[in-house]
Design a protein around this ligand. Structure first.
Ligand code: ADP
Ligand code: MG
Length: 358
């Protein structure tokens, strides 16, 4: 297992990149701590696979270095990096049985036959394929083949890191949860450094100790699920994580208050003069409906999602979502909202601004 260091790393698919826009992966410095489980989260095209393929050596970065336990592997081929990678679509040997497919990475390294047999059995149990071990991979469903790919990724215990690139895409929804749980227990058991790429926040937040959020080729925040929830460092993290995401409202900020469309919003901290696009962000969990206090809104819709209700309101053209406890009454005169000041974040040009204690 290894600590993985990204040092001044950046990548462009163009031969002569001229500006930052030409980079699929913008400059990045980061240590992936040995033995941690990370999720790499972001929408399609933001650069997740580019980053993963650079770590595994399938792609050589146009700038910077990669180190495994402080040893420079930037130019080392994939085979020398001793990692396992599982892709979105199955990579299996059709003419081999499931057992042979699972055994292959171990036999390839000259593992002892008794160990191989036991380990294959254990992995087959984890992916729910004990009954299918002697079937040829050819003729199995895409779903079953992907489970074999996952099994092959997990079978070796001596890898530096396990990399997963949206591995559950072709898996049946009910099986997804099961496999994710297995991956998590594998992590607890062996403590591998794991990087799990996904565009699904639920997958990321349930799998990982730390979530690395990417937006437009850039890592915008690395944090625990709780940190991403409480202090989104970029408005994208606010929108993308949460259901619904953070409310982001254009504002002017002066000292310890924000002015939004003529109304005042108290802030828990004090801010200096801010330049550029200024917004406040508050999660729907920290918005309260009121009859007489706060910003005037029009309620558009109330959605009952079981555990709570989501109220969708309009505030001078900005949507404000409010999470209301199940069972709470929403009276016809509740047409104002207020925010818990401790949970109002201030953003300038999409980046969170740290205020000073008021
Ligand atoms: P993700 O995995 O987050 O969906 P990718 O890393 O695959 O994103 O892609 C990031 C960006 O790089 C996208 O704009 C994509 O079109 C571009 N890209 C990916 N692979 C190549 C390639 N082989 N050649 C040129 N551009 C590419
Ligand atoms: Mg991808």
């Amino acid at each position: 297992m290894a600590k993985i260091t990204l040092d001044n790393l950046a990548h462009s698919y163009l031969p002569n990149p001229a500006s930052e826009d030409d980079f699929a992966l913008k400059e990045l410095n980061h240590d992936w701590v040995d033995g941690e489980a990370y999720a790499l989260l972001g929408s399609s095209g933001c650069g997740k696979s580019t980053l993963l393929n650079i770590i595994s050596g399938l792609l050589h970065p146009s700038q910077g270095r990669i180190l495994f336990n402080d040893v420079d592997v930037t130019h080392a081929p994939t085979a020398e990096r001793n990692i396992a990678q599982v892709f979105q679509f199955p990579v299996v040997y059709d003419t081999m049985t499931v057992r042979q497919n699972l055994a292959f990475p171990l036999q390839n390294r000259g593992a002892d036959a008794g160990y191989v047999a036991a380990r294959v059995q254990e992995i087959a149990r984890m992916i729910g394929m004990e009954e299918t071990l002697d079937r040829k991979a050819r003729g199995l469903t895409a779903d079953a083949k992907q489970k074999i790919s996952l099994g092959r990724g997990m079978v070796r215990e001596d890898v530096n890191a396990l990399l997963f690139d949206e591995p559950l895409t072709v898996i049946d929804p009910h099986m997804k949860w099961e496999l994710r749980t297995q991956l998590k227990s594998l992590h607890h058991q062996f403590g591998h450094t794991m990087i799990y790429v996904t565009h699904d926040q639920t997958e990321a937040l349930t799998f990982a100790d730390k979530v690395v959020v990417m937006f437009d080729g850039r890592v915008v925040q690395i944090g625990t699920p709780q940190e991403l929830f409480e202090r989104p460092e970029h408005t994208f993290v606010g929108y993308f994580i949460g259901s619904p995401g953070m409310n982001v409202i254009p504002a002017q900020v002066e000292g310890n208050r924000a002015i939004v469309s003529g109304s005042q919003v108290p802030l828990a901290q004090t801010y200096g003069k801010l330049d550029g696009k200024v917004e406040i962000g508050v999660r729907p969990e920290f918005v309260r409906l009121s009859e007489d206090e706060g910003l005037p809104v029009k309620i558009r819709r109330i959605e009952d999602v079981g555990r709570h209700k989501i109220v969708r309101a309009d505030f001078y053209g900005s949507e404000i979502n409010i999470i209301v406890e199940e069972g709470a009454q929403i009276g016809p005169d509740m047409n104002r909202v207020n925010f818990d000041p401790a949970h109002v974040n201030v953003y300038a040009n999409d980046w969170r601004v740290q205020g000073e204690a008021a």
